[in-house]
Design a protein. Sequence first.
Length: 596
Amino acid sequence: MYLSGNHPLLGNDDVTKSIPLQCFNEEFWQGQIVIPGEQLTLPEINYRYILRGNDGKQVVEWGNDRLIDFVNNEVKDYTLIDTWNHAGEVQNAFFTKPFQEVLLKRKNAAIPKPVKDYTHTFKVKAPLLNQNEVLCLAGSGKILGDWKTSTPNLLAKSGNWWMIQLNLTNEYFPVAYKYGVYDTVLKKLLYFEAGSNRTIAGDSGNNRSTIIHDGFAQLAYPTWKGAGVAIPVFSLRSQHSFGTGEFTDIRLLVDWAKTCGLKLIQLLPINDTTATHTWQDSYPYAAISAFALHPLYLNVEKVAGSKNSALTKLWKPLQKMLNALPAVDYDQVMEHKFTAIKVLYEAQKTAFKNDIKYFEFFDLNRHWLVPYATFCYLRDVYKTSDYNQWKTHQVYDENEIQQLASPEEKHYDSIALHYFIQYHLHLQLQSATAYAHKNGIVVKGDLPIGIYRYGCDAWMAPQLYNMDAQAGAPPDDFAIKGQNWGFPTYNWKKMQENGFAWWRQRFEQMSEYFDAFRIDHILGFFRIWSIPNNEVEGIMGKFVPAIPVHINELYQNNISFQYHRYCQHRSSRDWLHRVRCQSEYWRSPAPSLLHH
């Protein structure tokens, strides 16, 4: 067992520099650290434990919420008594962002009252208490009430923990205690936690403090349940839409979900797929940017605001016509929406370029926003998103792109238009998810595993992807020839060189809007069905990485070994030729076909 923390003597959170503990008995590991006063410059120390095997493999416990708070400068000796936090503990799920900030958010949480001359701090977790319930502490000794339940010590919420500070100087040790659940409205103890009494051995004294992290209170097994709905945004079309569902329509879905008692809304991918400006762009898993939001979901009336309401009135007949269609007319919607957006940009560009909130958005997202906007400009100039066919800038060069996107260039408005679109998409989606949170509903996003071969991500950093390969799926009962999605696979070794920065940036940016993610084909993080770039059918692929099959395994399963079938690569044409010839053989009684 090892100890790691945010202090140099604890390895500065580098688990490879953590300090070893010694086995004390069947229940405890122990260790001692001496920190000179001049090295105690942090207001608090966060720490965690690591279990390391003889083979070098290690398990880091879940969470990062244990701390020593150095508010009391008189304390010179801290005793820490902790319980290992297993990552598989069900209750850990309830400390994730969706639960803590939305689903289990408590109102008017009590603030821990400062206690003078306390010797012991008790901390414990209980994430599923009802609104009027708090934890309490009772036990042996005068301070703990001699197990009286009429006036137990009430704990207060502090971060993930319920905590209380007590002065046990005059108590007799060991002290036995238990946590219980107390109803603040009925003003009575409801029940104690299950299991044997907890005990704390050892006394206390001057300049000493004991901090006890007791893990989870042993209450009834967690029974929280919630249901949700999954839907593409384009299906949320309302009277206020412009021919398709938009981010502003998510509010209506939230209202419906709340009425139905649902707790989660999952949206299909919402990234920009505009490659050809045709209905072929409607496939949501082929985004030209893993960061940019889709202009399809922008509500132009919201962008116009009251100052430009006269413009939106001109589009009302068109809006009514598009909304009345039995199905989304993707081509018409995109064409008319882009036209409307361009008009609004011209009317608002002066004020937009001086908007402080826009500056903040631009500065936080410039790493993808400038290349994306420039990519869109070049796509429209050369009438294709296939950058290999462009007359200029086929190979991404950051300095050249910064120059091309300079406000001094004549075409700047054609690039800034996409800044304008993304900024308003950001505002509208952020507003929609905030509305969901206000109504106790979390929003889940959908991240495609692949990137579009002729998109901005591949253009910017082709070295991060295996451009000579295609992702797909092996043959199964539903697709006997396998599947070929056409997306390049990831060059994980290259991505690892900078700590998977692309993925980190992607999650960070999408976390602006979503509380949780569905990662499409998450198996692709561990292995992918890779098809050579010159092949068409998915059956021509293989798993990467893959565990080889030994020839003995075949024999053990009564499978004959055929080298030409199992070890020689064949093209799709050869494969189809073999299928055709074999079918001819089985249809014909003529022995002349045996040579096939």
